[in-house]
Design a protein around this ligand. Sequence first.
Ligand code: ASP
Length: 355
Amino acid sequence: MKVVKVEIDTAAPADPEASILIIYTGGTIGMAFDEKAKHLVPFNFNMILDKVPELQQFKYLLTVISLDPPIDSSNVTIPTWVMLARLIEDNYEHYDGFVILHGTDTMAYSASALSYLLENLNKPVIFTGAQVPIGRVRTDARENLITALQIAATKTDGHSLVPEVCIFFHTLLLRGNRGKKVESSHFNAFKSENYPFLAKAGVNIDYYWSYIRPHATGPLKVHYHMDNNVAILKLFPGITKPVVESLLHVPGLKGVVLETFGAGNAPTNPWLIALLQDAINRGIFILNVSQCDEGRVDQGRYETSKYLLNMGVIGGADITSDAAITKMMYVLGLNLEPELTKQVLAMDLRGEITI
Ligand code: ASP
């Protein structure tokens, strides 16, 4: 993966108010219509710069590192996340905050992944993007980018105000691993149903202090390993044995996010029970996540979830699917003993669940 560096000439004085590193990965924010191909393709960052001359008024020092070529976020993979984590690590001491420009489609996965990879993060890492490319008259990119930069630059008593991985979109600042893309047409593309927003941007940016993660006490610790021998199994009424059987027998499979009904319930038919039990016996970790956007998994409340608890399925509490599958990749990448892996999967690592 290649990156290029672009310097932005801002009104930063000798002692700038803040220094921010923008990492441009691609996405609609920087896309333009390719007349020949007749579809949107990502463009290089210089185009964004031409369209947001306001950036030059900031008294911040702004540097941009751009993926070359930029990508549609549907093409994000584990190496993209590791590369982003390394870029933040390499530049951590030189900047007050980081803004990652990213496609909206997989932004919640990337924000979740980065939240796990960046342990003891003490500076803001704000993901943002746009629903309408920056070159269009009704673009939402300008507002999103400018507000994300302001949030990344804001300090209190010399410390970053929001020392965590977040998504800023439209008007809301969300914890990254609590966010979910809920809209592909309107501007309010992200929601966080199980955790309050951290800030809301209107005339002012109002911060909700008590929901923001406290500063970490130890030094930044960056992780580089994620294991993608994982799968999501979404249950539905009428699901058949061969479907479940083939998924649970994928060679090398180590972890499954089981998307269940309601408060974590699943059919009680004998073949499903036997297949899940067999998978657990073969050392596959199963994390129970609800298909509901709100509420939480409560294994044991109903007969239809008690058997999952008894066989060793791990309760995912109120985690989103995006945060769960990336957590599975991260925790499996730690290569811990099976019992500890189970415990860590059930723990709150970065504010992704409420226990
Ligand atoms: N397909 C685009 C992406 O995720 C959509 C967007 O940015 O909104 O890269």
